[in-house]
Design a protein around this ligand. Structure first.
Ligand code: FES
Length: 272
């Protein structure tokens, strides 16, 4: 009886990148739909957000203290004094967003997010556009070298995003007012829904999950960290959902406050 031949061992690094298949891809489904929708969704959001942060108007409703998250914290000398809880120390310039201190961190937090990396590598960079579809580029160096090695800075942007989520929470608390005292309107529900979703996205971050439960040898000896790790893991499992829904909630919250501030719409009030 002859022994079957041992499978040929190939070094992982120099093995052929894909099987020798004549077709570009054997996939027959609409694999291009997800990358296409991703490009459309992210581009539409970036156009809207850019237009809004440079508009520098209709961002605050003094009567109810509604402040859009795109202008928080408002630190420009052009800010309404009531909206500027942390002071107005940046010059008023049409080229400088009113929240120029927080926006770069939030942008970089999302840009380096593990989910968004997957999304834009696939949809914008076609690297690769989908499973079992060839890469749009001849060489692949991954994130082990400059410039993509900087994606590892994500953990530091997490701390900034955590602090900014706290500021958004303070904004939502301060908005519980009316000209006569305590108040509650539809705008408050919009603000609180946005803040809750932002926390779900931020606390579901892979870096947060690592902070909670990483580097532990025994979960049983760290029950509190284990509990926190379990909670953040549940959010992490839905990270893609929260990544998209928070883009929507941010735009809806901003648009709602713009509509009320511009007088297009009266905030329906339940109290005050
Ligand atoms: Fe997405 Fe950190 S991995 S926010």
């Amino acid at each position: 009886m002859t022994r079957s031949a041992e499978p040929e061992e190939r070094p992982a690094v120099s093995s052929p990148p894909r099987a020798a298949v004549g077709e570009e891809t054997l996939r027959k489904d609409r694999w291009w739909l997800a990358p296409l929708l991703t490009v459309l969704g992210i581009t539409a959001w970036l156009v809207y957000a850019t237009a809004r942060v440079f508009y520098q108007g209709a961002y605050f409703v003094p009567e109810y203290h509604y402040l859009t998250p795109f202008y928080s914290p408002c630190v420009s000398q052009g800010c309404d004094a009531e909206a500027a809880l942390m002071g107005r120390f940046l010059p008023d310039s049409p080229l400088l967003p009113f929240a120029a201190v927080s926006l770069p961190f939030l942008l970089l937090f999302r840009f380096t997010c593990y989910y968004y990396r997957r999304a834009y590598y696939r949809s914008f960079w076609l690297s690769p556009p989908a499973c079992a579809v060839p890469d749009g580029h001849r060489s692949y160096k991954g994130e082990s070298r400059f410039p993509l090695i900087w994606q590892n800075s994500h953990r530091y942007f997490f701390y900034a995003a955590f602090a900014i989520s706290l500021i958004n929470t303070v904004d939502a608390v301060l908005a519980m007012r009316s000209p006569t005292g305590f108040g509650l309107g539809l705008g408050n529900l919009v603000l609180w829904a946005n803040v809750a979703l932002l926390w779900c996205y931020t606390l579901g971050c892979h870096s947060c999950r690592h902070i909670m439960g990483g580097r532990l040898t025994h979960f049983s000896r760290n029950p509190i960290r284990y509990r926190l790790w379990t909670m953040t893991s549940k959010l992490n499992a839905r990270h893609m959902f929260f990544a998209w829904i928070t883009l929507l909630s941010l735009a809806v919250t901003d648009f709602y406050i713009m509509a009320v501030a511009a007088g297009w719409f009266d905030d329906p009030r339940f109290i005050g």
